[in-house]
Design a protein around this ligand. Sequence first.
Ligand SMILES: [Zn+2]
Length: 241
Amino acid sequence: MNILAIGAHGDDIEVQCGGTIAKAAARGDKVFMCVVTDGRGRPKGNPDEIAEVRRKESQASADVIGAELIWMGIPDGGLKPTEEYTAQFVNVIREAKPNIIITHPQDDYHPDHRYTHEMVLDAAQLARVRNYPHSDLPPYREPFPIAFMDGVLGLSFLPEEWVDISEFYEMKKEMLSKHVSQMMPDTYDPDFEMPPEDQNPMLRMIDIQSAYRGMQCGARYGEAFIFWKSMARVLPYRILP
Ligand SMILES: [Zn+2]
């Protein structure tokens, strides 16, 4: 089965569903990690060079689990539901042919997250349309569910499905640890080294959130999801690992 995770920024997928896609890859699923924006917003530095650093970090993270990286390259902070960008989302779906998409929940803190959510829903339908004028790829008409991963820090999110990621938590940490530039306090520094785990706010964040979601479902570590209840998006069986 094909699993398409779509995150607004490099590291969003890792934080909220890295364990789930690692587990899916281990059971033999084809996993696509689609990063919507190019991350040029931070750290401080030449935006084009920062974007390239971010792309390489995302590639290294995808390599940890053998996932295929799809880099949409839309400028960080510049995502808007335009026809051009919507067509890019449609093409991603038509290329990946997902059996499930995982993306951001509706109510999350960053506009790129909220627009990603909205545009994934739009594109999922438009990808079915035979005469959609802005894509040369054939329509993708298989029904597939859309799962929304946890919000940042688990806020405004009442889960309805949990994945036990205990055996894949180390892999989730390894994936996130590839995003070294996200730990730089201000300016880009090629010699910067990742702080040790007990002084690393990103690793502390996923430790608390994954342990909390794990506790809810009786596992050491977990990740949580809700699903879009809409026509052609609900199935009578479970897809997440
Ligand atoms: Zn983000």
